[in-house]
Write a protein of this length. Structure first.
Length: 210
């Protein structure tokens, strides 16, 4: 287990090189950082400043959050939907260090049995037609038919408080796994930057945790 000093050193190594935040339309590869950035008229990445490290809630880790509002230029063009933000090392070039979804719903650990289209995740909170990404989990291999960097849709059929099924399309056929597995299911929703609107993150809204 990392000590508080160790966590803070890692947080500083990450946030210490992050100077700007960008908006993201789509994600092709989470791990490689392959994304489609926002490109509405007048768009540019926005500068970010970081506050001191502090305990997570509940305590168990450490975090740093933006110490000032992060404000993007006004959209002087047409509406554009975005799903995430990226933390970058430069205003225009640089390296994408991290991706955060704009959805406030938390990732869900869920298991799927072989020859089943149902995923068990207690009190998951998902609703019909909500979209989720699948990410590999450290707790075991994922079900064979699901792929990272792919968006899936929650189906009405089979949906309960603790169980859900997914489809590749809205209201499509349920995906049936041929092997058992566990994965992280990451909900997301798009948000629209309307014409003449100014996108902004309030103080403390962008958080890096360890």
């Amino acid at each position: 287990m990392l000590t508080t000093t160790g966590r803070d050193a890692l947080l500083t190594s990450i946030t210490g090189v992050v100077t700007h935040v960008g908006l993201i339309q789509s994600i092709a590869d989470w791990r490689a950082g392959t994304v489609t950035a926002a490109n509405y008229t007048s768009y540019a990445r926005a500068a970010i400043t970081w506050g001191a490290a502090g305990d997570t809630t509940p305590a168990g880790g450490r975090k740093r959050a933006n110490s000032g509002a992060v404000t993007f230029p006004k959209n002087t063009g047409t509406d554009q939907a975005v799903i995430a933000y990226g933390l970058y090392t430069d205003v225009s070039a640089g390296t994408l260090q991290a991706i955060g979804l704009l959805d406030t719903d938390q990732p869900i650990a869920g298991t799927c049995l072989a020859s089943s289209d149902l995923i068990t995740a207690y009190a998951h909170g998902l609703v019909t037609d909500q979209r989720v990404f699948m990410l590999a989990s450290p707790f075991g291999p994922p079900p064979d038919v699901f792929a990272e960097n792919t968006a899936y849709f929650v189906l009405a059929a089979g949906l309960t408080a603790d169980v859900f099924a997914l489809s590749a399309t809205s209201a499509g056929a349920a995906i049936n796994a041929s092997t058992s597995g566990v994965a992280m299911w990451v909900p997301y929703k798009s948000q629209t930057i309307a014409s003449n609107a100014v996108a902004e993150f309030a103080i403390g809204q962008i958080v890096v945790e360890l």
